[in-house]
Design a protein around this ligand. Structure first.
Ligand code: 13P
Ligand code: ZN
Length: 270
């Protein structure tokens, strides 16, 4: 077997987690990441005929039956993942009936996957229904988005347009806008259910006063989306110290979308 620590997927996963920690978004164990792995990319590194430790799931995940997921462990510090991915994350396989998963690699001391596993699995199911190339869910406590959620009306149209209006690239990168769910207790069934409902339409969903959940076909695309939205939120917070500032108007946003052949959310702009 090849050394899994040298695999592309462990490198990508650890590097993005480290980057988010260095961005100041993921103090302590804030945030969690999951990455759907293909059997053919995993099999050179792990003996997949072996059974793993059973972990009971809180949702029905039969739509992910047999799928492999690389996911962070609950309570594990993002700061430590890159130095020791095996102690801070794990690879699970979803059972055929979808009631449990087996932990095939990592978390050898009996620890469990993230307390947001239901959110991750439900969001993977939701995204796969609309995009069969989907693979990554990132939950992070992005700083300026959290500040923005404290000071801006939690209306998807207003929030999205505040973000689109501040950076020319934004409507091109998230033409569907940002979804918002009500404030919820983390880790329970409801937050996962609400997120999954939103993430079908919006690739990024805001958890007010908590963070965001973003999806992507790759680690880069999920992270790049968060970076883009977070930067616009930073601009929004800084710029609001000024009494008079410019934004990209609706006419310009429509021209931009048309030039880059994206279809912006029709509920937000016509
Ligand atoms: P976990 O440590 O269980 O992943 O929880 C962190 C978190 O961000 C909860 O929303
Ligand atoms: Zn969180």
């Amino acid at each position: 077997m090849k050394n899994i620590l040298e695999s592309k997927f462990i490198q990508e996963f650890s590097n993005v987690i480290d980057r988010m920690y260095l961005n100041g978004w993921d103090e302590r164990n804030a945030g969690n990441v999951s990455y759907l792995l293909l059997e053919e990319e995993l099999s050179p590194y792990l003996d997949l005929s072996k059974k793993g430790r059973v972990h009971q799931l809180q949702i029905d995940a039969h739509k992910l039956a047999g799928k492999y997921v690389l996911v962070t462990g609950s309570g594990k510090y993002f700061r430590n993942v890159k130095g020791n991915p095996e102690a801070n994350s794990c690879i699970i396989r979803i059972s055929q009936c979808g009631t449990h998963a087996e932990i095939l690699w990592g978390l050898k001391e009996g620890e469990v996957p993230t307390s947001e596993l239901s959110t991750h699995l439900s969001s993977h199911i939701a995204r796969l229904e609309v995009d069969d190339t989907h693979r990554v869910i990132i939950h992070t406590h992005a700083t300026y988005l959290n500040i923005m959620s404290a000071v801006v009306d939690l209306d998807e149209k207003n929030f999205t347009k505040a973000l689109w209006g501040l950076n020319t690239e934004n409507i091109i990168i998230f033409p569907e806008g940002i979804g918002i769910i009500p404030w919820e207790i983390p880790g329970n069934g409801l937050i996962g259910k609400n997120t999954a409902n939103k993430i079908k339409t919006y690739k990024i969903v805001l958890w007010p006063l908590h963070g965001v959940v973003a999806s992507g076909e790759t680690v880069d695309s999920a992270f790049g989306l968060i970076e883009t939205v977070e930067k616009a939120a930073m601009m929004y917070i800084v710029i609001n110290n000024y009494s008079n500032y410019k934004t990209i108007n609706d006419e310009e946003l429509i021209k931009l979308a048309s030039a880059f052949k994206v279809t912006p959310n029709k509920e937000f702009i016509k």
